[in-house]
Design a protein around this ligand. Structure first.
Ligand SMILES: [Zn+2]
Length: 288
């Protein structure tokens, strides 16, 4: 039941965030009426999207928005099927509470660590040292902690996630977080203490691409923020108009995404990449 609700919420979020926000749509009540055991997400989503397809701008190329799901076209009606289980990050209650406790202890600085588990389920938390120079708004997991992932693998586990805190800002990756995301298969968990009595943990995957695109044209056309000395970022939100010069950057990645680049000492571009940001629902499992 929880899984089902999360799956529907998740898909709805993508739909709403990408195409239909602000158009007065609401989720049909039968979708949340809840399934009897055995009803599939396919049926629920079929209904949901049957509603959404009244808008003609819903094209097959948009299907990448729904990457966790398989997209099918049937005549002129398109719909989603669930081919594989929806990706959900599962945190043992001890892990969830442990991240928040760590974040609170570290405030006003950012804290970080890694989570051990398997199949998207994190069962153990390992605190790391934050090696960043500017711990108030950045983090850098110490290498000794990162090396533990090989121990996990020997035991049949994996590094499910890397977590860090945002002491005063929302639980969403910054341009610096995107730049520093080197593990596309790992979830990045962010714990926000923006509101002390209401911590929020959200999970993302960040996948870098190195597109064949004209960065100079993009730099002239769109505002990049210098997020660190020599590091520049631009955020393209889902649903926001895409500037023409940015289009070439979006070949392999759908918004939301960051375009980030670094300059060397002489002002030349050292490296630039596009980093897709995909959010995944977080599910807390009780009892371990
Ligand atoms: Zn961050």
């Amino acid at each position: 039941m929880g899984l089902y609700r999360n799956a529907v919420k998740y898909c709805w979020k993508w739909c709403a965030g990408s195409y239909h926000s602000g158009r007065g749509f609401s989720i049909p009540s039968h979708v949340f009426a809840g399934p009897a055991a055995g009803i599939t997400v396919f049926n629920a989503l079929d209904k949901l999207l049957a509603k959404l397809t009244v808008f003609s701008d819903f094209s097959e190329s948009d299907c990448t928005i729904f990457r966790p799901l398989q997209w099918q076209k049937n005549g002129d009606r398109s719909y989603l099927i669930q081919e594989r289980p929806m990706s959900i990050v599962q945190l043992a209650r001890t892990v969830y509470d442990g991240i928040i406790a760590h974040a609170r202890e570290g405030k006003p600085e950012e804290i970080c660590g890694i989570l051990r588990g398997r199949d998207g389920r994190a069962t153990q938390l390992y605190r790391a040292r934050n090696l960043a120079d500017d711990k108030i708004d950045n983090y850098d997991v110490d290498p000794q902690t990162l090396l533990k992932q090989f121990e996990f693998e020997e035991a049949g586990d994996e590094m499910v996630a890397i977590y860090h805190s945002h002491p005063v800002s929302v639980a969403y990756p910054s341009a610096t977080d995107a730049w520093n995301a080197h593990y596309p298969e790992t979830y990045y968990l962010i714990c926000s203490l923006e509101f002390d009595d209401a911590p929020v943990i959200r999970a993302f995957r960040m996948e870098p691409h190195w597109p064949d695109a004209d960065l100079d044209a993009a730099r002239n056309a769109i505002p990049f923020d210098e997020v660190r000395p020599g590091l520049f970022g631009y955020f393209q939100d889902a649903g926001a108009p895409v500037p023409q010069e940015v289009g070439d950057f979006l070949v392999e990645t759908v918004p939301p995404l960051y375009i980030v680049f670094a300059l060397d000492g002489s002002g030349a571009v050292e490296d630039f990449r596009v980093v897709g940001v995909r959010e995944f629902p977080v599910h807390i499992s009780e009892g371990g």
